[in-house]
Design a protein around this ligand. Sequence first.
Ligand SMILES: [Zn+2]
Length: 435
Amino acid sequence: MNVIDSIDKQPADAVNNIQSDLLVQTVRHAYENSPYYRRRFDDLGLSPSHIKGVEDLQKLPLTGREDIQADNWSFLAVPRHEIAEIVSTTGTTGNPVFIAMTGSDLDRLACNEEKSFGYTGVEKGDVFHLAVTCDNLFIAGIAYYSGLIKLGASVMRIGPQNIIRHLDLLKKIRPDGIVAVPSFMVHMARRMKDSGVSPEELGLKKIILIGDSIRDVDFQTNTLGGIIENAFGEICYSTYGITEAQLSFCECGMRRGLHSHPDLVLAEIIDDDGAVLPDGEAGELVLTPLQLKGMPLIRYKTGDVTFKISEPCLCGRSSVRIGPIMGRKNHRLKFKGVTLYPKTIENALLGVKDVVNYQIEAFTGDDHADNIMIRIGSHVSNGDFLTSLHDVLRAKARVTPLVELERPEEIEKRLFEGGSRKPVTFKDRRLKLYE
Ligand SMILES: [Zn+2]
């Protein structure tokens, strides 16, 4: 494991040389040790010797989640006794994907987060409250834990507990920062308001948010982020992690995109046909993690949509940044000429008073186009409310879909229909003609 501390500040050609060497090593390791990649390369008549540097990246085939699902352990590139930890993905459809990590992969993961936390200004001696799951095969919790420890910070490993316990610990220990998902911080802000706890009593100086994005594509804080910043101040940083690639991207103090770590990943954005898109154009994020030992991945399609920024950041770092995650590629909707993601609609609805819950449904209309129906759960059901909903959706999501008002209990039933453990806020009933 070789982390180049100062890589972010090095000139572009020096970074390119380092990344080229690491890519060549990655490709060779994958070909020599992963049965999946050996087969894939042989089928394509591709040899590791064809890859001489970053400029050859696009000669390499793309890998999808479905490839891992089809034959998970053919991705393993080390003897089984070298596996130190097995983690898994959640939240998406189909079979879970298992990722085997070696000791050096765990070290790499810690380096990744040490650097990410460093970008947000975390320092040795800072105390951090971890409000994310640290077990149950989740990678994120151990990533933050080990990264903070490596940085010299102190960690309170709380995990998912009830909000009273969190608040109690925050008041007693007064940590410098917290790592949480945005919905948790919204929940906490409401709870604090209800019980008369002021943010000053907690003294938080940094909030690192994983999961849903808190920025719009123009980097302005979105409704979700706004609720948190209104309650706690402008102390939030967005981070995005991907289990399969064992890495994360993180905002710096400029909050204009999420920085990559150039010695740990190559990031590309592709269109639906797999062609690489230029800076600023939205498409699927494709990652080639560098220096992975247990399960190397080459050009892994994350399924997440964002855009890339290659120009140096105002913070002085030259590492490639990605924009906020706009949504899942397979959730993309084309509605009356507008391309949007359910997340945009969800974010618009968050800011509307009297919306208790909701479910967004996409279906194929008689015209074979995507249609959207939004069912809103509310105790208010007058025409003014409906008009204000339409106004918000038009302003924030640029659409005027069908909106139906129902009682919150009815929406609750819909959200957990079929015994789902997680609320299904987006229901995709579109005809899948090409899948
Ligand atoms: Zn920056």
